[in-house]
Design a protein around this ligand. Structure first.
Ligand SMILES: [Zn+2]
Length: 251
């Protein structure tokens, strides 16, 4: 399979959001990205970054930076694809910085897999979650939403694992190449960066901190059990070490 990291730009958050209760008052710029996986069974897209216009309008304090080349259609094109080529779109969760490009799939009929609890929560969230779920453009008339639940294999060697805490229906992804290459585990927002992972510290933003620490343990157990490398959603230092589209991991 081929795995591309799709650069969607960056936003700024407080360090206490990056690591719960730690280093508040320090602003940190973090990356936002999607993953494109070309597999024998289809072309799968995981998360679509943030929408620049929405973020500037609703969360301007996050100082979003995104060039036209960092939008989902432009990033797909870098890899040689168009939105209509995608077999299925999966969102790890429905926060604004993971769904901003979903709107580009409107009217294509492409299945959009999201945890059933996540869909319900995003439509009727707690007051403190309003900004997180503020981009509702994924929930459009022509969307082919497919509510899913439980751990399941999306395609051979591509498995989604329930990892709630940050949100009620958060999924992480394990990619196990048939070639025998080292498996890649995408924790998404279970932990934002390598340091938080090492210390077992969840993001400042969460709906269930007990589930959140259990999900960190789950990621660690999966990484150990499968001999996988863990990739972090919002770690600028780690991001600079990853290959970015059009370069890919051909595994
Ligand atoms: Zn996020």
């Amino acid at each position: 399979m081929k795995i591309w990291f799709l650069d969607n730009g960056s936003i700024v958050i407080d360090h206490a959001q990056l690591q719960w209760n730690i280093g508040g008052g320090t602003a940190v710029r973090i990356p936002s990205y999607g993953l494109l996986i070309e597999h024998d069974e289809g072309l799968f897209l995981f998360d679509t970054g943030f929408d620049l216009e929405h973020t500037n309008r609703v969360l301007p304090f996050e100082l979003p930076e995104q060039t036209p080349e960092q939008t989902i259609p432009a990033q797909l094109e870098l890899c040689g694809f168009r939105p209509a080529d995608v077999t299925a779109l999966v969102n790890s969760h429905l926060h604004f910085d993971h769904v901003g490009g979903n709107k580009h799939f409107a009217g294509t009929g492409i299945r959009n897999l999201v945890h059933a609890r996540e869909i319900a929560q995003a439509r009727n969230c707690e007051p403190f979650e309003h900004l997180g779920y503020s981009d509702r453009t994924w929930d459009h008339e022509g969307a082919s939403l497919v509510p899913v639940s439980g751990d399941f294999e999306l395609a051979t060697g591509l498995t989604l694992y329930e990892t709630p805490g940050h949100t009620v229906g958060h999924y992480s992804l394990l990619a196990e190449p048939a070639s025998g290459a080292k498996p890649m585990l995408f924790a998404f927002d279970v932990v934002y960066n390598q340091e938080a992972y090492g210390k077992g510290i969840q993001p400042g933003f969460h709906i269930d901190p007990v589930a959140g620490v259990r999900s960190i343990r789950r990621i660690k157990a999966l990484a150990e059990g499968h001999g996988a490398d863990v990739y972090f959603s919002h770690d600028m230092d780690a991001w600079h070490t990853y290959r970015h589209a059009p370069d890919c991991y051909d595994v």
